[in-house]
Design a protein around this ligand. Sequence first.
Ligand SMILES: [Zn+2]
Length: 121
Amino acid sequence: MPTKYKAMVLSCIDPRFQSKVFNFLNKKNLKGKYSYFTIAGAAIGVTAPKFKKWHNTFWENLNTSIKIHNIKKLFVINHRDCGAAKIVNGKKEFNNQNETLIHQSSFKKLKKKFKKKISKT
Ligand SMILES: [Zn+2]
């Protein structure tokens, strides 16, 4: 029997992007087919040492969605001009290049940990 649910979606709490993310997921035919976890910075919030207290909550929620929704995928939607990226950036100049590095690092860490987790299920 095919799985009804496709993925967990991880996105940022930034109010500028809520309807954009929702519309994007609808356009991708994912309406009603995903669980949704929203946290400041999306991938940054669940990987950066600065937000360490948040990480476990995300992984426990993901575990729950894997168990009860039988999801196999995680869709991650970070965005530009992210406040969480600015916090991680610290006192350095916040420019496009530094922000890109922060996003890339968060995606890399998250992908690695997710692959490890999903291989155990
Ligand atoms: Zn953000």
